[in-house]
Design a protein around this ligand. Structure first.
Ligand code: SF4
Length: 301
């Protein structure tokens, strides 16, 4: 068979599903390549993957079987079981990305009201690690909630054995204890440990104080969700608390699944202020002037 792949979101990050499909088909003797409309009649099957709802769809009239998947099409879409059961990955599709993608668990213990993970992947469960990129220099660990995995210690052992640097996403400090922090410190970090303070109704101040006793704050980056049931005061409280601990905040304006919500000007200005370290360090939000004649203190009055 001749298989064509379409990464509808563009090639801004390796598409896991397409890498797994490609590896599986190649192992079964099929020819796999990025689908080229110039040769649109040559393919026996096209796989289109779309992660984000806001990405415009590929509209080319492929003249063969077309299989669509990814959260951008349907939150319930799944890979075929035989592909899901394989750990093979075709990293040759994305030679421009010199890293591996890894998961040790899927799902989550929580049901955060703005998040689809539990609907899509269910309760937390360990999974078999995927093949590493033979040309990878570091590992992006994309677990949703790394330490909620009952087998998190095996995951740490695996990462230490690779001797590669690690970018750890999805660290839920609400459940982090001293032992976990100890092992986290043993990993060689590629950039930051990513945590989140999404809900203003939770005051994470005490937990942040505890965690920064074990982990140097400059190693931590914290996502701050704004525009989802939070006031400006609550946003500023979270951002300034993180600043006081020496943790880098990163503001994420809320986008709904259907992509109908447009971030407000305040949210865009706040993201611009916080997410540019030079600006964040050099002035207060009140003094930040994103446009001629406008200072953000207007938002705080
Ligand atoms: S902890 Fe993270 S992954 Fe889990 S439900 Fe909340 S936002 Fe989603």
């Amino acid at each position: 068979m001749k298989i064509g792949l379409v990464d509808v979101d563009g090639h801004n990050f390796p598409n896991l599903a397409l890498m797994r499909l490609s590896a599986w088909h190649k192992a079964h003797g099929d020819c796999v390549e990025w689908a080229d409309p110039m040769f649109g009649d040559d393919y026996d099957r096209i796989y289109k993957s779309k992660i984000f709802t806001f990405t415009p769809d590929d509209t080319f009239p492929w003249n063969c079987e077309v299989i669509k998947g990814g959260t951008g099409y349907d939150v319930r879409s799944r890979l075929p079981i035989e592909v899901e059961q394989s750990t093979a990955m075709d990293y040759s599709l994305y030679p421009q990305y010199p890293f591996s993608i890894q998961f040790f668990s899927r799902g989550c213990i929580r049901h955060c009201p703005f998040c689809l993970v539990h609907d899509k992947e269910g309760a937390i469960h360990p999974v078999e690690p995927l093949q590493l990129n033979p040309n990878g220099k570091h590992i992006e660990v994309l677990d949703n909630n790394f330490f909620a995995n009952p087998e998190w210690k095996s995951a740490i052992d695996y990462l230490l054995a690779t001797k590669q640097k690690v970018n750890l996403h999805g660290v839920d400090i609400r459940i982090m204890n001293e032992e976990q922090a100890y092992w986290l410190n043993k990993l060689r970090l590629h950039r930051n440990i990513h945590i989140a303070w999404d809900l203003p109704t939770l005051d994470l101040t005490g937990k942040l104080r505890e965690v920064t006793r074990y982990i140097k704050p400059y190693k931590i980056m914290c996502y701050v969700l704004v525009g989802f049931n939070s006031t400006i005061d609550e946003d500023m409280y979270r951002i300034e608390t993180l600043r006081s601990f020496g943790i880098k905040p990163y503001v994420m304006p809320y986008r709904d699944f259907e992509n109908k919500r447009i971030p407000t000007q305040y949210e865009k200005d706040l993201a611009q202020y916080v997410n540019k370290p030079m600006i964040f360090k050099s002035c207060t939000f009140a003094d930040f002037s994103p446009r001629k004649g406008f200072k953000c203190k207007k938002y705080l009055q």
